[in-house]
Write a protein that binds this ligand. Structure first.
Ligand SMILES: *Cc1c(COP(=O)(O)O)cnc(C)c1O
Length: 328
């Protein structure tokens, strides 16, 4: 176990070229759990959130509900776009999302604010597939079931010295922090290549395999280029196909790890997905709450770009029969 955690921590430091003083912490619970933890250990009084889809909105809601914090500043963006943060003197944390998985929007992560304001980034579906400058964040957290092709249930956080200092300080104030939600305790354990309580070893094993494979292939540059290739195959196809179009209008915000593709009304995305599912092609449904006639395609590093191309051909084949040759 300790060997796995050690390989995970050093592998992630390499993959993200973490600057001096940054540390890798991990614990049980996944990214959603980390939102609760961040509301206790990283946000001091008030945070600013960009809310532009299911995941980014959930974190804002958690903070909204936290009785020990001031009401957050929430900057909302229409689904399919990425709103911009703005400088605000009365916030101590900016909460950003690298890739909004529900809508297929990716945002560039650039540092905002002064050194005493933390930048907290949900990197759950982006980490390992999108380029990232570690100097831009104070905490970049994620779970391993997306780009790292493992199971869920654990969270990882890449922490800057400022984030570590903040969590140590809040831990020593009168704020009550339950042990399983205590980032300091998690970090102390991580430093010894342990976790606070027993993790799922199989998940760690899968995570480390995928991480070391990516490093052997050439690291984050390689993984991001591979995702870009898959994404360009899918978006080029959607631009060409008469019945399909990329949901995200700004090409620069189209996610390279999760592509959302709208279909025209005569081709039911639900029907296409159902038929493909019967034939072993699974999990291409849009995000239900978005309520669109949409497919959502995972383009994580584990996906061969050639498989992304084959998927578009399979969708074409089914769409022709579902929609009728007149339309497609
Ligand atoms: C999947 C996902 C989450 C939730 O991850 P869990 O491990 O299920 O808690 C949070 N944020 C983003 C951006 C995600 O893609």
């Amino acid at each position: 176990m300790r060997q796995l955690v050690g390989r995970l921590r050093s592998g992630l430091s390499h993959l993200f070229s973490l600057p001096e003083g940054y540390e890798v912490a991990l614990g049980n619970g996944g990214a959603s759990f980390f939102w609760d933890l961040a509301s206790l250990c990283l946000i001091e009084r008030r945070s600013q959130h960009l809310a532009f889809g299911e995941f980014s909105s959930k974190f804002a809601q958690i903070v909204e509900d936290a009785p020990h914090l001031a009401a957050p500043e929430v900057i909302e963006g229409t689904p399919g776009t990425c709103p911009q943060p703005h400088l605000a003197e009365d916030v101590d944390a900016y909460c950003l999302t690298h890739n909004e998985t529900s809508t297929g929007v990716q945002c560039e992560i650039v540092r905002i604010g002064s050194p005493d304001q933390l930048v907290l980034v949900d990197g759950t579906s982006a980490a390992g597939g999108l380029q990232l400058d570690a100097a831009a964040f104070d905490a970049y957290y994620f779970s391993p079931q997306k780009c790292f092709a493992a199971d869920g249930g654990i969270w990882v956080a890449l922490l800057s010295p400022a984030a570590i200092e903040r969590s140590a300080r809040l831990g020593s104030t009168s704020r009550w922090i339950p042990s399983s939600l205590d980032l300091n305790l998690a970090l102390q354990n991580s430093r010894q290549d342990q976790t606070y309580n027993t993790p799922a070893v199989a998940t760690l094993f899968l995570f480390v395999q995928q991480l070391e494979w990516i490093l052997e292939q050439g690291g984050l540059d390689w993984a991001a280029a591979r995702c870009r290739r898959s994404a360009s195959i899918v978006y080029d196809w959607a631009d060409r196909a008469p019945y399909a179009s990329p949901f995200v209008q700004d090409p620069g915000q189209r996610s390279q790890v999760v592509a959302t593709i709208d279909l025209s009304p005569e081709v039911s995305a639900g029907e296409v997905s159902k038929i493909l599912r019967r034939n072993g092609i699974v999990d291409i449904d849009g995000y239900r709450k978005l309520g669109r006639n949409q497919l959502r395609l995972g383009l994580f590093p584990a996906v061969e770009p050639e498989d992304a191309a084959r998927l578009t051909r399979a969708i074409d084949w089914v769409a022709h029969r579902v929609g009728g040759a007149n339309h497609v």
